[in-house]
Design a protein. Structure first.
Length: 305
């Protein structure tokens, strides 16, 4: 009787172990591959030459789109701006003088025309000499030439002022580019320059990573590839939390890209079916509003159960 009871208990235990093992192995069919979390990064660089007057960020600091990150010294540009302002003021003064000169020549021409008309009428009647009329005609022509020359001088002045104003807008644009802002909302991953260092066009100032959406690349063999499709929902599994506790938490993700050519399995990717197979790279994208997924975090990608 006792032997039969022990046999029954042993069979029950073995059955439980088999069922448990079956439950553990079944989900493995949903496993797709291991991956490392990646984020979209932006290299923030200077577009002008000069020393950094100020840097307002530190590594690990969260920044928002349009936030001021650093300032390149604007003093040389300020000197150029002052020089242009002085040039424009000089042109305005010359322009005003020419306008007054034109007004004076206009009055002179009007007077000459009136005098010539009076003498011309008298000469026609014989009351004035022809020589006097000719002298007045010459004086009128000279006055008109002076007036035309003064008017012609206004156009080059206007064009010169226009050119200086265009240069002024260029300088203002250069000043604007001295204020380096973040193109996106994210976290400063790397700071490359400090205040006082000289930068030039293209010199990187900082690297900003966007963490509200992350990606993870994993590799699958050809038989598994046929079961995947663009836009398909998968799961990203995190086996530990920030405290190091194993949690097995799943986060939803969507397949956004599938490689068209097979490649050898990378050494840093652990695939369960085998290491020496040709595999296809697949990328999934996941929303990360809480910041749970960190750049470089090892994760697993699973199909939906």
């Amino acid at each position: 009787m006792m032997h039969r009871r022990l046999t029954t208990h042993l069979l029950t235990a073995l059955t439980g172990i088999m069922l448990f093992s079956g439950c553990e192995r079944a989900p493995d069919r949903d496993f797709l591959g291991s991956a490392v979390v990646e984020t979209k990064t932006f290299m923030v660089a200077s577009t002008v030459q000069g020393p950094l007057a100020a840097v307002y960020i530190e590594e690990g600091k969260k920044v928002t789109a349009g936030e001021l990150l650093a300032v390149v010294d604007t003093v040389p540009l300020q000197f150029q701006r002052d020089e242009l302002a002085a040039g424009i003021s000089e042109i305005k003064a010359t322009f005003a003088a020419k306008k007054a000169e034109i007004e004076a020549f206009s009055v002179e021409v009007t007077g000459r025309e009136r005098e010539f008309s009076r003498i011309d009428a008298l000469a026609a009647k014989g009351s004035a000499t022809t020589q006097r009329r000719d002298n007045l005609s010459t004086q009128l022509q000279v006055a008109r030439a002076k007036l035309e020359a003064a008017r012609s001088a206004l156009k080059p002045l206007a064009e010169k002022e226009k050119t200086l104003r265009v240069k002024g807008r260029t300088i203002e644009y250069q000043v604007h580019r001295c204020f380096i802002t973040s193109p996106v909302t994210g976290i400063v991953l790397t700071l490359f320059r400090n205040s006082g260092e000289v930068v030039g066009p293209g010199s990187p100032i900082a690297e900003v990573g966007v963490f509200d959406t992350v990606t993870a690349d994993f590799f699958v063999p050809q038989p598994v590839l046929s079961s995947l499709a663009y836009g398909q929902t998968v799961r990203i599994r995190i086996d530990w939390d920030s405290a190091g506790a194993i949690v097995g938490k799943y986060l939803p993700a969507t397949i956004s890209w599938i490689g068209e050519e097979a490649e050898f399995s990378p050494k840093n990717i652990q695939t369960r079916p085998g290491r020496n197979e040709l595999v296809f790279r697949v990328r999934c994208i996941a929303a990360n509003p809480s910041g749970t997924l960190k750049r470089g975090l090892p994760v697993e990608v699973w199909k939906l159960p």
